[in-house]
Design a protein around this ligand. Structure first.
Ligand code: AMP
Ligand code: GLY
Length: 427
C-alpha cells in the first residue's frame, strides 16, 4: 500500500515510523514532514491545510490510505475531500471534528447525552457571559469556542482576571472567530490523563492511557506549550478506569454523535480530569494527541496499518488490538525561548550516539543542504524509551538526551517523575 501521513510534528513522525514497520506499507509519504520523516519516508513539501493540493498529490501517487495528524485540516474537511475523491482517509469528517473544533458543540453534546463533564455554560453574548461570571466561584475556566492552537483556555483566579480573559476572547478577539462563543467551566481539581481510542463509528477500542505535560517549566510552572513530554501508563489510572471511560465517555460520545447523524471515524481523544475517583471530560480532540502518541504507539503490538484500515472500512469489531504491558516515557527537547520567541537553524549533534532501541521522533527539524540536521521549530525532538518500568524508561530517556545537543536546547527534567515517588508535579 501507498500511505500518506499529513503533518510535520513528532506525532506524525511516530505515525510514519509505525506505518513503515507494517508489512502492508510499500511506500510512505509525509506532507510536509521533517528531517526525521525524510529518513524513513518521502516528504512532500505541502502545507497540511492545502487540502486541494494534497488531494491532487495523492491522486498522482495512487495513494491507498491517508492518515491526518493535526486538527486544522480535519476541521477544514480534509477527510470529506478525500472521501469525495474515493481515497480512504483516517480521521473524522469536518462535521465529526466539531467535537474538537467547537468546545461549545462538545459541551452541548455532553450535556444532552449525559457524558460527565465540569459544570458550565456556553455563551455567544458577551454581556450574558459577564453576568454569569459574577455568580461563579473562583477560580473559573474560560475557553474560546474554536481552535486556538492550545492557547484558548484561561484559568482565572479572580473575577478581575476572568473579566479580562472574557474581554480578550470576545471583545478584542485575541483568537479571532474562535472567540465568537465562549465556554465557562467550573474549575476542577484532580489528576489529568488522556485516553485516546480508535473508532469506526460503531466500535470503540481504547489505546493505553497517557499523561502529557503542558507547561514549559518543571513542576508545571510558566506558560502552556504544545506539550513538553508524556508517559504511559499512569499508575493512578487502572485498567478498570480505562474500561469505564471507554464505555461511559468515548463510546457514549460516538453514540451521541451517531444520534445526531454524524459517524465518528478516526482517533477520538478524551482529555480527562479524575477528581475523587470520577473521570470528567475537559476536552475532546478529534485526532491522536501530541505528545501522547509518541509514548502510546511504541506500545502498540498490532500492525497499525491493519487497525487504520479496519477503522476506515468500519470493521474494527473484527480486529484484536494488542498493547504491550511495558512503560514508555517521552521527553521533548525544545529551542531555548520556546514557547516565546526562539532562533532556529542550529545543527543538532549526537543523533548518531543514541542507543538503537531508543526512539528519536523529530518535530521542528530540517535536513540542511550540507547534510546536517538543523533545528527548525520550537519543539525540536521527542526522545522516547520503552522499558519494563516507568523508572527505567525515564532513566534511559534522560541518559540518551544527554548525548544530544544543539544551541539553546531546553527540556523539562521532571517528566514522569511523579510516578516514581519524586515531587508530585500535579495538582
Ligand atoms: P482544554 O484544552 O479544554 O483541555 O484545556 C487545557 C488545559 O486547561 C487542560 O489540560 C487543563 O489542565 C486545564 N483545564 C481545562 N478545563 C479545566 C477545568 N474545568 N478545570 C480545571 N482545569 C481545566
Ligand atoms: N496533548 C494535548 C493535545 O494533543 O491536544
Amino acid at each position: 500500500m501507498k500511505i500518506l501521513v499529513v503533518g510535520s510534528g513528532s506525532r506524525e513522525h511516530t505515525l510514519a515510523w509505525k506505518i513503515v514497520r507494517s508489512p502492508r506499507a510499500e511506500k510512505v509519504f509525509v506532507a510536509p514532514g521533517n528531517a526525521g520523516t525524510a529518513a524513513i519516508a518521502e516528504n512532500l513539501d505541502m502545507r497540511p491545510t492545502d487540502i486541494e493540493g494534497l488531494g491532487k498529490a495523492a491522486q498522482e501517487r495512487a495513494i491507498d490510505l491517508v492518515v491526518v495528524g493535526p486538527e486544522a485540516p480535519l476541521a477544514a474537511g480534509i477527510v470529506d475531500h478525500f472521501d469525495g475523491l474515493g481515497i480512504p482517509a483516517f480521521g473524522p469528517t469536518g462535521a465529526a471534528a466539531r467535537i474538537e473544533s467547537s468546545k461549545g458543540f462538545a459541551r452541548e453534546l455532553m450535556e444532552k447525552y449525559g457524558i460527565p463533564c465540569p459544570k458550565g455554560a456556553v455563551f455567544s453574548s458577551y454581556q450574558k457571559a459577564r453576568e454569569y461570571l459574577r455568580e461563579q466561584r473562583m477560580p473559573v475556566v474560560i475557553k474560546a469556542d474554536g481552535l486556538a492552537a492550545g492557547k484558548g483556555v484561561i484559568i482565572a483566579g479572580s473575577l478581575e482576571e476572568a473579566d479580562g480573559a472574557l474581554a480578550d476572547i470576545m471583545e478584542a478577539k485575541t483568537f479571532g472567530a474562535a472567540g465568537d462563543r465562549v465556554v465557562i467551566d467550573e474549575f476542577l481539581e484532580g489528576r489529568e490523563v488522556s485516553l485516546i481510542a480508535f473508532s469506526d463509528g460503531r466500535t470503540v477500542s481504547p489505546m493505553v492511557p497517557a499523561c502529557d505535560y503542558k507547561k514549559i517549566g518543571d513542576n508545571d510552572v510558566g506558560p502552556n506549550t504544545g506539550g513538553m513530554g508524556s508517559y504511559s501508563p499512569p499508575g493512578f489510572f487502572p485498567k478498570q478506569m480505562t474500561e469505564k471511560v471507554t464505555g461511559n465517555i468515548l463510546m457514549s460520545a460516538v453514540k451521541a454523535m451517531a444520534a445526531e447523524g454524524i459517524t465518528y471515524r478516526g482517533a477520538l481523544y478524551a482529555g480527562l480530569m479524575i477528581s475523587d475517583g470520577e473521570p470528567r471530560v475537559l476536552e475532546f480532540n478529534a485526532r491522536f494527541g501530541d505528545p501522547e502518541t509518541q509514548v502510546v504507539l511504541p506500545l502498540l503490538k498490532t500492525d497499525l496499518v491493519e487497525v487504520l484500515m479496519a477503522v476506515v472500512e468500519e470493521r474494527l469489531d473484527r480486529v484484536n488490538i494488542e498493547w504491550s504491558p511495558m512503560a514508555c516515557v517521552g521527553v521533548v527537547m525544545a529551542s531555548g525561548g520556546y514557547p516565546g520567541s526562539y532562533q532556529t537553524g542550529f545543527p543538532i549533534h549526537g543523533l548518531d550516539s543514541v542507543d538503537n532501541d531508543v526512539l528519536v521522533f523529530h518535530a521542528g527539524t530540517r535536513l540542511a543542504g550540507d547534510g546536517t540536521v538543523r533545528t527548525d521549530g520550537g519543539r525540536v525532538l521527542t526522545v522516547a524509551a520503552v522499558a519494563e518500568s516507568i523508572d527505567r524508561a525515564r532513566e534511559r530517556v534522560y541518559d540518551n538526551i544527554s548525548r544530544i545537543s544543539f544551541e539553546g536546547c531546553y527540556c523539562r527534567k521532571d517528566i514522569a517523575l511523579r510516578e516514581i515517588g519524586g515531587i508530585n508535579s500535579i495538582r
